[in-house]
Every structure is written in structure tokens, then in C-alpha cells.
Design a protein around this ligand. Sequence first.
Ligand SMILES: [Zn+2]
Length: 72
Amino acid sequence: MEPTQSAFGNFKGREDAIRSLRCMQQPWGCGRSIPPSEMECWPAADIREYQITGLCKTCQDEVYAFMEQISE
Ligand SMILES: [Zn+2]
């Protein structure tokens, strides 16, 4: 999968992680590899998000829960 160029920033290893279908290494992500069969089950929006952030769906959910918490 090709990483989307993004204003989100180029964290170290982001593009490599996306190309090899891995989640970003800690502390940003969990670092696991994502089975293509799992990714097929993700909503299109989450796959787009992965191409931008390099975070798996589980980590995306955590990040957004955290961001909602601090914005309150
Ligand atoms: Zn993850």
C-alpha cells in the first residue's frame, strides 16, 4: 500500500510501516502487522486514515477517544 503524503507529518517509519502493512511503532502505534484479511473489513474512511497516519484501526480508535477527552 502506498502512503498518502500528508500534512499530518512524516513520523519516522510512517511510510515504511504503511508499505509493509504494519501499524506504527510505539509510542504512536502498537507496531503489529495488519493482515490484509483484517484490513478488508475496515470502513473505507479508516483505510484512508491508515494511509495518512500509519495507525491500525484499534490505535485510531484510541487516538480519537484520547483527543475527545482532552478537547472537553
Ligand atoms: Zn495499532
